[in-house]
Write a protein that binds this ligand. Sequence first.
Ligand code: C2E
Ligand code: CA
Ligand code: CA
Ligand code: CA
Length: 277
Amino acid sequence: KQKGRNSICVYAPPAKAELPISTVSLENALHRAWQQQDFSLHYQPKLCLQSRRILGFEALMRWQPQELGPVSPAVFIPVLEDTGLIIPVGYWLIEQACRDLQRLSEHGFEQSIAINISARQLTQDDFAEQLLTRLHQAGIPPQRLSLELTESSLMQEPERAKRLLSQLREAHISIALDDFGTGYSSLSYLKRLPVDMLKIDCSFITDIVQEQDDRGIVDAIIRMAHGLSMTVVAEGVETAPQVELLQAFDCDQIQGYWFARPMPVDALIAWLSEAEG
Ligand code: C2E
Ligand code: CA
Ligand code: CA
Ligand code: CA
């Protein structure tokens, strides 16, 4: 921020080096990446606490340009949004997820995939239509796809968002409210939204064992979600004591390094096959 609006720092974890490159060159690199199909998807499993079964996977975008090393989606997604590239990249991502769903099926895994959708994609009038066309073309039942949306992206145009969600729900695509607790949506708004799942942001989970306040918040979110007939997922679960607490609070599902990191589809299939055996 100190460098002003026109520059951005890219953190390259392996070298722990800070690579200051301008927004313009980041934009250029992303345009090239799109032309060369340089993006990929990793999948992180979600575990049901009661049955101990894997219920689905979250698709997380990855970009590892040779010049820069892996760049965090938290850095490049906002640039894809600003440039509008998120629209074509977002459709590619849906197609890729469909291909990966097919591969999973070939190995006997029928779980669903959740895709992150950004605010900019929601402004496309034909978003639902485009999405459903792709599922249909790939022969994937809509039940196998779900969407993760943040409170803030839904709050930009609440009425429009509500119409879109209703349309998607009619088509049997389930909706998760992502990063729950970090936005500003009012409870009356939440009550009116056709949402199936709440994902509690990892910032509430990190210190849940040490901090009584965080425990109170998480407990309350879980009770509220259940009162609204929503499923609750905790993100960023890293330790066994966190799992025990979440289980005591009756949390439905967990996602986090404690049991699996995001991985490419081949590694995921190997991991699932091993977990089954
Ligand atoms: P998110 O939707 O909240 O995704 C969860 C993030 O937490 C992922 O970071 C995941 O790798 C990370 N994570 C999972 N388990 C743990 C854990 O146990 N500990 C910690 N510390 N982190 C964990 P990632 O992959 O870097 O993605 C960051 C954000 O970028 C995502 O946050 C999401 O908002 C956005 N994003 C990623 N892929 C896409 C995409 O395809 N489209 C859109 N629109 N946004 C995306
Ligand atoms: Ca997400
Ligand atoms: Ca989050
Ligand atoms: Ca998110």
